[in-house]
Design a protein around this ligand. Structure first.
Ligand code: ZN
Length: 303
């Protein structure tokens, strides 16, 4: 594999990318299907926009002193496309890019956003970018895309009279997932702590935790919020996030039942391949996720 870590459509994306690289004989790095395709923009409040399309959902937050962008999709071309969308809604410059986590479909456009821009992430996210996607981020031309402001538990950005709060609750999808809370809008960008409504990918190589993921979801549900931007899928609300919490709970329950019965990890994974989880029949990451959840649940049960 290329070592590019992504999620949701990411595994398919990486596989296709390898094929494309071979076919065009030019390496094909960080281009791939969908790169540079036009993004769909939705205005969700007076000053807040979401960019859908391939890669993770992007938020654009306009203030009188500049724009805060959350996540940057996958490629340099995506970064340029994000700049174009910003210029269509405001004359203000981009001042901050905040990355929710290190996966390439959320950070890959960082170096394509030009100008004097503060790039912000959890400390572990920056580390993961360098360690797990070093092929991209250790290249001299891309290092400008690395976050140079990092935090460990909580921070805030105050710009143009607006506040966004950024929280890290604990290991979940990775070990550096940020919850972005647009306090004045009562909107959350959840990054990939929330897939709407799909089964999550638990990134063990990046220090993720299946069981502790629930804590981040509970925290988001405790905030005063009306709309939630998931990492992938359409904007929803607390009810949508609540369904996702139930999906996570159900997954843990059915794995735990089988651990209690003394079943092996392989037996659990095989049985659950046909289990009807929530609204998501795809279960693209089932085996990966059982591989994370099984030992965690076994340890919890003291087995
Ligand atoms: Zn992700």
């Amino acid at each position: 594999m290329t070592g590019h870590r992504q999620c949701a459509a990411g595994i398919t994306f990486v596989l296709l990318l390898i094929v494309a690289s071979t076919a065009d004989g030019q390496g094909g790095m960080y281009r791939g299907p969908g790169a540079g395709e036009r993004m769909e923009r939705e205005q969700i409040s007076e000053d807040l926009y979401v960019l859908y399309g391939h890669g993770g959902n992007v938020a654009l937050y306009v203030t009188t002193d500049g724009v805060i962008v959350v996540d940057s999709k996958t490629t340099d071309a995506d970064g340029e496309e994000i700049e174009r969308h910003v210029s269509e809604v405001t004359d203000q410059p981009i001042r901050f890019v905040v990355n929710t986590h290190y996966h390439m479909d959320h950070t890959g456009g960082n170096a394509g956003v030009e100008g004097t821009i503060h790039k912000v992430s959890h400390e572990n996210t920056r580390e993961n970018m360098v360690r797990l996607n070093g092929e991209k981020w250790n290249a001299p031309e891309n290092r400008k895309g690395l976050p140079h402001i990092v935090y460990d538990h909580e921070m805030a950005i105050k710009l143009g009279g607006k506040t966004i709060r950024i929280y890290y609750i604990g290991p979940a999808h990775t070990n550096g997932d940020s919850i972005i809370y647009f306090e004045d809008e009562k909107v959350i960008h959840a990054g990939d702590l929330f897939f709407y409504l799909a089964f999550p990918y638990i990134d063990a190589g990046a220090g993720a935790s299946s069981l502790r993921w629930i804590e981040s979801v509970e925290f988001m549900l405790s905030l005063d919020t009306e709309r939630i931007i998931p990492g992938h899928g359409r904007v929803t609300d607390k009810a949508g996030l609540g369904k996702f919490r139930e999906l996570l709970r159900e997954f843990h329950e059915v794995v735990e039942e089988r651990v209690q019965e003394g079943k092996s990890e392989e037996e659990v994974a095989s049985e659950l391949e046909t289990y009807p989880f929530g609204n998501d029949p795809g279960l693209a990451y089932l085996r990966v996720n059982v591989a994370v959840a099984y030992p965690e649940i076994k340890a919890k049960l003291g087995r």
